[in-house]
Design a protein. Structure first.
Length: 462
């Protein structure tokens, strides 16, 4: 460690999104053999306006930056100054992500090893609740001239580093640094011991923030690889950066395979409503067109009605009645179907669309109703929802590779009721209340089209 170059760095920015926001100030201290040998500091013109709330926080205003150099103008000299030094920063991946993206914009691939003092603080003082820089400086009696200015914050960080070294033996300090290097890609607020226990098996994982706020639910056939992957792309993905900044706790559930993982993920997202899951949020008022046998027009079904068996065909899954009517109206206009017969318009006799030559006359006998019904159902085939092909519930047996235990997933009318470790336990889930879920429907459709190809066995439960 004695001959390693350490670069203590702090950046101020226009926001928190490393791929879109820009640096407004950089300050760095170069330390070799425990001695400061050089300093680097500059305001940076960000090529955009500084938001008012950021100016209020940092004191950096647009007029202060108008004469400052663009990053492109100082990139080469800064890159040479940084050399191969290890970056030391509080919440290091934040500063590092901004530096990497600024260098990327000028065509340079900057990479460095990181030491995160926020993560080190959590290891040094696990009993403390606050580990932000302001709290640490107060704890050690270090008073910076100004908070949220790069030069003052990086000087204070160097003072904190020296205070830490003074209160620990050389052996303890070297062990701490080695531990930090082993986990340098991990989120600063996350206990690395949680990640070490992650299995390389299929399942779902749950990422929580402060006060166990659900942040994200995901699934994978390899939990360990997928979760670690979140924290290796944070410099190039704003969502991953937000996740890495906020995650403080991880939980996971192993599943027998991919089907179980996908079904459980969809279920957990709708139960927990994590703030960073958008695609699988609950659509509780889904609507579909139901065409009863022998009828000449469809009817709208929504909510719990979708979970019940129906005679006839179902067409389309829509967020609301307006969207459903809009889709049917578009098909009617395209195929010259009668909006009046389809129940989209009220009235008797010849409809207005027929008067305009846009309806073939099912409303006034010019086109037989049976022919009109056949044409409409044919046009709706592209939207057809597969009818539940079993008389009751089923159990889908999923057998994992190796000696792991199989699982039985219980399904009724495309609704996922839960999973069990035996067929006998699966039968006890048949009466579980359920609501139709479009995501589970789509997942099951994919797997049940050719279950044998996925190593699945379907058992009707009656």
């Amino acid at each position: 460690m004695s001959d390693t170059t350490l670069i203590f760095v702090d950046v101020e920015t226009t926001g928190t999104r490393a791929t879109r926001d820009r640096i407004t100030e950089i300050a760095a201290i170069k330390v070799i053999n425990g001695e400061v040998i050089d300093r680097w500091s500059s305001l940076i013109y960000p090529e955009c306006k500084v938001p008012a709330q950021i100016s209020q926080l940092t004191g950096i205003r647009d007029d202060m930056l108008s004469a400052a150099p663009r990053f492109a103008h100082i990139a080469q000299s800064l890159r040479e100054w940084l050399g191969d030094g290890q970056l030391v920063a509080h919440n290091a991946r934040f500063d590092y992500s901004f530096l990497r993206n600024e260098f990327k914009r000028v065509g340079q691939d900057y990479r460095a090893q990181l030491i995160c003092t926020l993560r080190m603080s959590r290891r040094l003082s696990p009993q403390e609740r606050q580990h932000n820089l302001k709290a640490l400086l107060s704890r050690y009696g270090i008073t910076p001239v100004r908070h949220h200015r790069a030069g003052d914050d990086v000087s204070a960080l160097w003072s904190l580093w020296q205070a830490w070294q003074a209160e620990h033996s050389a052996e303890t300090w070297l062990t701490l640094l080695e531990e930090e290097r082993r986990h340098r890609t991990l989120p600063a607020h996350l206990d690395s011991a949680q990640l070490e226990a992650l299995p390389s098996t299929p399942g779902v994982y749950l990422l929580y923030g402060h006060n166990r706020l659900p942040l994200y639910v995901g699934k994978s056939i390899n939990l360990r690889s997928r979760v670690l992957g979140h924290f290796q792309r944070d410099h190039q993905d704003d969502k991953e950066m937000r996740l890495a900044q906020q995650v403080q706790h991880i939980e996971w559930e192993e599943t027998a395979g991919d089907l179980g993982a996908q079904l459980r993920e969809a279920q957990l997202v709708k139960t927990l409503m994590p703030i960073m899951n958008r695609q699988l949020r609950r659509q509780s008022k889904l609507t579909t067109w139901h065409w009863p046998e022998g009828a000449h027009e469809p009817e709208l079904l929504s909510g719990n009605a979708l979970s019940q068996p129906h005679q006839g065909m179902l067409f389309g899954l829509f967020r609301n009645a307006r969207e459903a009517k809009g889709a049917l109206r578009s098909i009617a206009e395209e195929q010259q179907l009668c909006p009046q017969v389809l129940g989209l318009e009220k009235g008797k006799g010849r409809c207005f669309a027929n008067q305009l030559g846009k309806c073939r006359g099912a409303c006034n006998g010019q086109e037989p109703l049976a022919e009109h019904t056949q044409r409409c159902q044919a046009a709706l085939q592209q939207l057809q929802v597969n009818v539940w092909p079993w008389p009751g519930s089923i159990a889908i047996e999923e057998r994992p590779a190796g000696n792991a235990k199989p699982a039985w997933h219980v399904i009724h009318q495309w609704c996922y009721l839960g999973s069990a470790t035996s067929l006998a336990q699966a039968k006890q889930l048949v009466d579980t209340p359920s609501i139709f879920d479009v995501d589970s429907y789509r997942i099951l459709n994919r797997f049940l089209r050719h279950p044998e190809q996925h190593g699945l066995t379907v058992t009707p439960l009656g």
